[in-house]
Design a protein around this ligand. Structure first.
Ligand code: PLP
Length: 435
């Protein structure tokens, strides 16, 4: 990269940082967040369901002919399920527990798809019993499990597209190429199973709209070829998830990805039910992590701060996804980073006794002491859901900030991570939009 491009990239990253700092400042200054922190202490995850609603509406407006199914695995909190159920969004589940959680929000089975390509027969039976009719397969053994289930079940064949630039290239674990896809069609015809169409996942956090577009184009071309050869008529195209999030640097916006996909998909909208399974893009920005400094030590490599949550908790995304969450000291909020005079490089570690429990190294922070808060924005996706109980620590508590989902249904349902207070207020946190 030349010097000008490097300068441009640094400037853009600074802008993301400034926007995230403003958002966190507004959130932490609010009465709701202060009350929640006073009541529960840290670690605490502040969840703003209204931001999920906003993201859903952006997706829907950008691709109005696509039916979105939220990938519950990204964050299965009841407030998220409630707000999306209320908006009319569909759901993508990966197992019986997620299916049960979604059904408890009164979502009808036609709005639910089961996309795990490898399932226990009992999971298929649970989902069929609940009324789910769309499933995904990517191998003959899996397809064989659908023999005898009848034509009301529509099976999608998952294709694999390599996405080395994605944070998580899912094609190494799941999906088939065109040749194997043809074999699965033959098997389905022989066993009397209806192949409804195809699905793929371009890779999570893929900042490459063209790659997404290529996957759509290749899949449509394959569907046309297979329909010409076999006595099949496909009715569904599932374009998966993958929409990226501006964590610490800018990425293609929802609208930019949609601009590439729309001309490819729109001409097929009458012939195909076009569906998608976004996860991260709906929830990442809706949750902010607040931790406290527990201890401070000077080591050979400089200052270390030990926080009350780490990579075995909500910062599990650091390990699982190679995420680099922004880390602000509370002192920097409001006044801005420049207002704090002394900054020093520090290592931020989690609370367990494991040396792998390091959230970030070489973070420029003001001097901190025990009890000071550290704040990470955009911590909604693949964080608390992948947290473990290592060292006996429970996953961090999630509290809901802002107005309640309009249906208000979540109060009636036990929330997996929300034993705590539900803060209700009319006041919304307002921050400049990033993308
Ligand atoms: C089958 C499937 N669908 C959807 C998603 C959601 O992807 P993303 O969060 O990148 O939108 C995932 C993520 O792993 C997935 O495995």
């Amino acid at each position: 990269m030349n010097a000008a491009a490097t300068r441009r990239e640094r400037r853009a990253a600074r802008t993301v940082r400034e926007v995230r700092l403003t958002e966190a400042s507004t959130l932490l200054a609010g009465a709701d967040a202060r009350a929640a922190l006073a009541l529960h202490g840290t670690p605490l995850m502040l969840l703003e369901p209204d931001r999920v609603r906003t993201q859903y509406r952006r997706l829907r407006d950008a691709l109005p002919f696509v039916r979105f199914h939220y990938a519950v695995k990204a964050l299965d909190h009841d407030a998220v399920l409630s707000v999306l159920a209320d908006e009319g969004c569909g759901f993508d589940v990966a197992g019986t527990e997620e299916l049960t959680a979604v059904r408890e929000h009164g979502v009808s089975p036609e709005r639910i798809i089961h996309t795990h390509p490898v399932k226990k027969p009992s999971e298929i039976a649970d989902a069929v019993r609940a009324g789910v009719r769309t499933f995904v397969v990517d191998n003959p053994a899996e397809l064989a499990k659908f023999a005898g289930l009848g034509p009301r079940i529509g099976v999608l064949v998952r294709l694999a597209y390599r996405s080395p630039h994605a944070k998580s290239d899912l094609s190494s674990k799941f999906g088939v190429g065109p040749f194997e896809a043809a074999h699965l069609i033959e098997q389905a015809l022989a066993q009397g199973t209806r192949i409804a169409g195809f699905s793929f996942h371009v890779g999570s956090q893929l900042d490459d709209p063209q790659r997404f577009g290529d996957a759509v184009a290749e899949t449509l071309a394959l569907m046309d070829r297979l329909q010409a050869v076999y006595p099949v008529r496909f009715d569904t195209l599932d374009i998966g998830g993958g929409f990226p999030v501006a964590y610490e640097k800018p990425v293609a916006s929802i609208e930019a990805v949609a601009a590439v996909l729309r001309p490819l998909l729109e001409p097929r909208r009458r012939e195909l039910d076009i569906i998608a399974e976004p996860g991260r893009v709906l929830v990442a920005e809706a949750m902010t992590a607040v931790t406290s400094v527990v201890g401070v030590a000077e080591r050979a490599d400089g200052r270390w701060y030990y926080l009350d949550d780490g990579v075995y908790g909500a910062y599990s995304n650091v390990i699982a996804e190679d995420a680099h969450p922004l880390l602000f000291a509370e002192k920097e909020l409001g006044a801005g980073e420049e207002a704090v005079e002394v900054h020093r490089w520090a290592t931020l570690a989690g609370p367990t006794c494991d040396s792998a429990d390091v959230i970030a190294r070489e973070v420029l922070l003001p001097d901190l002491g025990p009890g000071d808060f550290v704040v990470s924005p955009a911590m909604g996706a693949y964080t608390v859901v992948t947290a473990s109980r290592f060292n006996g620590r429970p996953a961090p508590r999630v509290v809901v900030i802002g107005s309640a989902p309009e249906s208000g249904s979540m109060d009636a349902v036990a929330a997996p991570h929300a034993e705590g207070l539900r803060v209700r207020t009319g006041a919304q946190t307002v921050a400049p939009a990033l993308t």
